[in-house]
Design a protein around this ligand. Structure first.
Ligand code: NAD
Ligand code: MG
Ligand code: MG
Ligand code: MG
Ligand code: MG
Length: 346
């Protein structure tokens, strides 16, 4: 097992969890998407009483029933439950919360997998309920698959409000029942989880990486190189590099690439991500911390997502997407579905 003694945050494992805190309770899992289906099925297979809460017209209703789960409306599910797990999309959680708040009795728990709505006050829970977070650090299908394979999924734990004095013990028991303490659960706060999540996806992961890829692609194409070569170098190879870093850290990546790539990268990388970029990262972080981003995103949703829709369309129409669609057809891994070209060749 990893030596976690040097970690800044406490880490909890199976032995730290007492399942008595969840085994006799009823958990309402609201939503049956990525996280919802995994939490609901893992909890049920762990012997916890689960009821899935979905809108009556939800296409997931039948799927949850086919998976052997009880399904009801969010209000009915919450009425029966001791723990309400809020696993509908973050943007609809405030509305769903208003529907179910009357069903939260003193001592019940409102549980999240992401802190946005609590941290930015979009949900203001009653004072007599526990408010906790168990956030698996994986998409739901892996949370489910790992559990079925007898492996765990690392997760985060946070307590925002401890009305009963048992909030953390119950959250740990929940984490145990969905398989997270098997791999390790790291303690954080709603604030830290929310702010690091938003910063990461904006500056480094989703926003940063896609902008870097597009900028590199455009630089090569504008200089007269072929779109195919630009795609291979700036997008396709990204996965190979990221896989190496994921498995063995940045050092494993440097070890695997050629000395030429290593020297070139070590001498030029900081020129791309220079002090000016670092300053803008600070600005992005400030916008997360002071709530500017949250207010903008909430207003965008209230207005019917006009900018979001426009940005999405522009992104889909970027030249790299057209080249990529054709080139990915060359790869056998292309999602198991053969491209028209491949089919024509056979
Ligand atoms: P999702 O979009 O995959 O699924 C949402 C589910 O909610 C769907 O079943 C949908 O039918 C249902 N739903 C939508 N509107 C509803 C309504 N008004 N009433 C009832 N049900 C409704 O969502 P997700 O990605 O699983 O996200 C759920 C939570 O988990 C979010 O807080 C998210 O931030 C968090 N989270 C997600 C991941 C991930 O990998 N997807 C990882 C960690 C945490
Ligand atoms: Mg209740
Ligand atoms: Mg409780
Ligand atoms: Mg996020
Ligand atoms: Mg190369």
């Amino acid at each position: 097992m990893t030596d976690t003694d040097t970690f800044e945050s406490p880490v909890y494992y199976d032995d730290d969890a007492n399942r008595d805190y969840i085994d006799d309770k009823t958990v309402a899992v609201l939503g049956y998407g990525s996280q919802g289906h995994a939490h609901a099925q893992n909890l049920a297979d762990s012997g916890v009483d689960v009821i899935v809460g979905l809108r009556e017209d939800s296409s997931s209703w039948g799927a949850a029933e086919d998976d052997g789960l009880r399904v009801a409306t969010p209000v009915e599910a919450a009425a029966e439950a001791d723990v309400v797990s809020m696993l509908v999309p973050d943007t609809v959680q405030p509305d769903v919360f208003e529907d179910v708040r009357e069903e939260l009795d003193a001592g019940d728990t409102l549980q999240f997998a992401h802190g946005f709505n609590i941290h930015y006050n979009q949900i203001q829970p009653p004072e007599d309920v526990d408010v906790t977070m168990i956030a698996p650090k994986s998409p739901g299908h892996l949370v489910r698959r790992n559990y079925e394979n007898g492996e765990g999924t690392p997760g985060l734990l946070a307590v925002y409000q401890d009305a009963t004095g048992d909030a953390k013990a119950e959250a740990l028991a929940y984490a145990h029942a969905i398989g997270c303490t098997d791999a390790g659960v790291v303690e954080t706060s709603f604030r830290e989880e929310t702010e690091t999540d938003l910063f990461g996806e904006q500056a480094v992961l989703c926003g940063g990486i896609s902008a870097l890829v597009k900028a590199g692609y455009e630089t090569l194409v504008d200089a007269g190189y072929s779109r195919e070569m630009a795609y291979f170098e700036c997008l396709n190879e990204m996965k190979l590099i990221v896989d190496l870093m994921y498995e063995g850290g940045i050092g494993a990546m440097w070890d695997s690439v050629s000395d030429t790539a290593e020297y070139g990268g070590l001498t030029r990388g900081d020129d791309v991500v220079d002090d000016a970029v670092r300053e803008r990262m600070d600005e992005i972080l400030e916008g997360v911390q002071d709530g500017t981003f949250a207010r903008e995103w909430i207003a965008e949703n209230q207005a019917g997502r006009p900018s979001y829709t426009q940005l999405r369309t522009a992104e889909k129409n970027h030249d790299i997407e057209a080249v990529g669609e054709d080139l990915r057809g060359l790869f056998a891994w292309d999602d198991g579905t053969e491209s028209e070209e491949q089919e024509a060749e056979e």
